[in-house]
Ligand binder design. Structure first.
Ligand code: PLP
Length: 390
């Protein structure tokens, strides 16, 4: 892999204290050392295939296509992965890298708990010590995921400082990382954070787009017209998009959470509504939390920033970023369940909602691939508690 300075245009970079810089440098060196290493790649592919269950199918959603009444809709089935989403791809990749670096203690931070579960899973698999920092408020909100992590052998540490949510958990994890870097690896869950994390996460998630590219060429003998993915931090989206980046005719659409409405003050549409600034050690489009209450019906999408590569794609217009409300995502959640027998994660339902809308405006010979980033089992209790009419 070509060396990279960590900047996507003005975005990305590494705005961290000196001692953390050193630790990140060590990570970067090792990443470049192993990413093209034959044994490393073989081991990664082994776990992708026999543990995660890759490759994930590219499914022609015929009934959804008929319903939308326009372009052909394909779903990339990341929901069928072990643990039910794309996050495991990155967790396995980073854990194998940690092993190569001789670090047997893994730390992570999690808000909704999904990344914590993926991390705890790979730590069980690879026999690694696992500590997950989680805001005390989130620990309460996500008790099922906390139980799952503990079942898998992880130590979940509630963080009580400040608002006791994701931001405080990130601070704690960074503090731990700097102090214990000799034996500790910080396993980051999305295509965010200081360099080199965004390219590490992109590399391990790119399996999604590499497979999708090969699969659509087999099925349709041509590339798709559109790729659609929901965007929280942006890892499932960049994983799908990046292998198509030189295919100029393929349009990328990232779908952000518009929450209660894009102008309601309750959303997490960082690109659509944010401004360039530095958060968590890197530069990206970010929302001012004094003006916006970070909110989405999908817990995995409520992050105040977004990956630096998406921020750059927005400026150079390589990708388009749109948004979908809670209500639209919920409608798509029901629609896909009823029409295709596939219950999507609420995050993924954002992509489905926009995909239906777009398909209906296009002729039948156009092709759309939507990344179905995860399954909805994790969301069933939330939907039940909302007392929704079916
Ligand atoms: C975490 C999560 C997301 C959002 O994260 P990205 O880094 O933006 O991909 C999307 N879908 C599912 C199912 C998730 O668990």
């Amino acid at each position: 892999m070509k060396r990279f300075n960590g900047y996507f245009g003005e975005y990305g970079g590494s705005y961290v204290p000196e001692d953390l810089k050193e630790v990140l440098k060590e990570l970067e060196e090792n990443f470049y050392k192993y990413v093209d290493d034959k044994d490393f790649k073989e081991e990664l592919n082994y776990y992708f295939k026999d543990y995660v269950g890759r490759e994930s199918p590219l499914y022609y959603a015929e009934k959804l296509t008929k319903y939308a009444g326009g372009a052909k809709i394909y779903l990339k089935r990341e929901d069928l992965n072990h643990t039910g989403a794309h996050k495991i791809n990155n967790a396995i990749g980073q854990a194998l890298l940690a092993k190569r670096m001789g670090k047997n203690r893994i730390i992570a931070e999690t808000g909704a708990g999904q990344h914590g579960v993926a991390t705890a899973t790979v730590c069980a698999l690879f026999d690694m010590d696992c500590t997950v920092y989680m805001g005390a408020v989130d620990v309460k909100r996500q008790e099922h995921n906390v139980f799952r992590m503990e079942l898998l052998g992880a130590n979940v540490v509630p963080v009580r400082e400040g608002n006791a949510t994701l931001k405080e958990a990130v601070d704690k994890a960074l503090e731990d990382f700097v102090k214990n870097a000799h034996n500790t690896f910080y396993l980051l869950g999305s295509a965010v954070g200081p360099h080199p994390y965004p390219i590490i996460v992109r590399e391990f998630q790119s399996i999604i787009g590499k497979e999708a590219r090969k699969q659509i060429l087999e099925k349709e003998n041509r590339l798709p017209d559109y790729l659609i993915a929901c965007v929280g931090g942006g890892s499932n989206a960049i994983g799908l998009f990046h292998p198509f980046v030189n295919d100029k005719e393929v349009k990328f659409i990232g779908v952000e959470p518009a929450g209660k409405g894009i102008d309601s003050g309750y959303h997490a549409a960082s690109i659509s509504k944010g401004k360039p600034d530095i958060i968590h050690g890197f530069k990206c489009y970010t929302l001012d939390e004094k003006e916006t209450n970070i909110h989405s019906i999908a817990a995995g999408l409520d992050y105040p920033g977004v990956g630096p590569e998406h921020s750059y794609y927005k400026d150079i217009k390589r990708a388009e970023y749109v948004s979908v409300t809670d209500k639209e995502a919920l409608d798509a959640f029901y629609k896909l369940s009823k029409l295709e027998g596939i219950i999507p994660a609420l995050e993924s339902a954002h992509g489905i909602a926009y995909g239906i809308k777009l398909a209906s405006t296009l002729p039948k010979d156009k092709i759309i691939i939507i990344n179905l980033s995860g399954r909805g089992d994790k969301d069933i209790n939330q939907i039940m508690d909302m007392g929704n009419i079916i």
